[in-house]
Design a protein around this ligand. Structure first.
Ligand code: ATP
Length: 323
């Protein structure tokens, strides 16, 4: 189910929270709404769900104007960061809930819930109660419950936000695999750029209530539309007033075309990665830039703190003005 958001504006009181937001979400895609806290991500997701009505603009679902359609008639499944499970119902009955209120036949419910629990790897836990599950298992149950009624669109608001880093990582990979199996159009909110890059087909960067850039993860990372997007998507450093990715900084012992002399201030070895920190000649004490390189490249360069080096952006490097 494709989703089109057309010129949506939304304010709470005087404060504009969404400003002329237009986004196309392709049918069957896995899209991340990425941006800093307060940027309007949850509000946009709630507008898609029908839990908020825009002040102006439209939401089209599958080409039809759904702006005023109530949430229960939009065919959306919703999962929140803190999923409110029914504590007194088993995992099976939690997942079956939506089917039961739709009065589906018992046999169909048994089969469908069985399939879903298998899909989210909870088939062993059907008889447990939510309190007997880990946080990650509870979120998987929430996803199974949202999928039970065959939504055409799945909306996830920081679904793994409350979990610890290791479990988050596992669930990311799992969400990607699940999506590859089920192909339901999915939109998830995250403020974590690594999560968006790793999981999504398409990223919508939202800040200050406005769309900053839309594209495939690699595209946005390599061709950021603004210094803001560049900084938000990954590490940046500065050479001669330009921002660039630290892995796009070339460091050599000898001067060459377009190089700038610099002094190495520190070399940090982080296993496979080595960070070479340097100060451009003539720059202030605090103005330290850095290059990221492999252990092999650092070995060939063989420099330590105090050495003079010559730096320049790699030929293919994406750069943006620093201010
Ligand atoms: N119901 C509401 N009433 C008043 N203000 C609201 C309401 N919902 C959201 N806001 C405000 O709208 C702005 C955007 O909120 P929103 O939750 O959409 O941002 P977000 O990007 O999802 O942020 P976060 O990552 O912190 O959840 C915030 O300043 C928030 O305080």
């Amino acid at each position: 189910m494709a989703i089109e958001i057309r010129g949506v504006n939304k304010s709470f009181g005087e404060a504009p929270v969404l400003r002329d937001v237009s986004v196309d979400i392709a049918s069957g895609s896995l899209t991340a709404l990425l941006g800093p806290s307060g940027g309007g991500k949850s509000t946009l997701l709630r507008v898609i769900a029908g839990l908020e009505t825009p002040d102006s603009g439209k939401v089209l679902i599958s080409g039809k104007d759904a702006t005023l359609t109530p949430p229960q008639r939009r065919g959306v499944g919703f999962v929140f960061q803190h999923y409110a499970a029914f504590k007194h119902l088993t995992v099976f009955d939690n997942v079956a809930f939506g089917l039961k209120i739709r009065k589906r036949p018992k046999e169909e419910i048994r089969r469908r819930v069985g399939e879903l629990l298998e899909l989210v790897h909870l088939d062993q836990f059907a008889k447990r109660y939510p309190a007997q599950l880990s946080g990650g298992q509870r979120q998987r149950m929430a996803l199974a419950r949202a999928l039970a009624v065959d939504p055409e669109v799945l909306l996830l608001d920081e679904p793994f936000g409350a979990l610890d880093a290791q479990v988050r990582k596992e669930l990311r990979a799992w969400l990607r695999r699940l999506h590859d199996e089920v192909h339901v159009t999915t939109v998830f909110v995250t403020h974590d750029q690594e999560e968006a890059i790793e999981v999504a087909d398409s990223i919508v960067v939202l800040a200050d209530g406005a769309v900053q850039q839309v594209g495939a993860p690699g595209d946005i990372y390599d061709n950021p539309a603004s210094p803001f997007v560049m900084r938000f998507l990954g590490p940046v450093t500065e050479i001669d007033g330009r921002l660039l990715r630290p892995h796009d900084v070339e460091v050599s012992a000898e001067p060459g075309p377009g190089t700038t002399p610099a002094e190495v201030t520190r070399v940090v070895r982080l296993g496979f990665e080595v960070r070479v920190e340097f100060r451009i000649r003539g720059a202030g004490e605090e103005d330290v830039s850095w290059a990221q390189m492999t252990r092999e490249a650092a070995g060939r360069l063989a420099v330590e703190a105090g050495a003079e080096v010559h730096v320049r952006p790699a030929v293919e490097a994406a750069t943006a003005p620093a201010s």
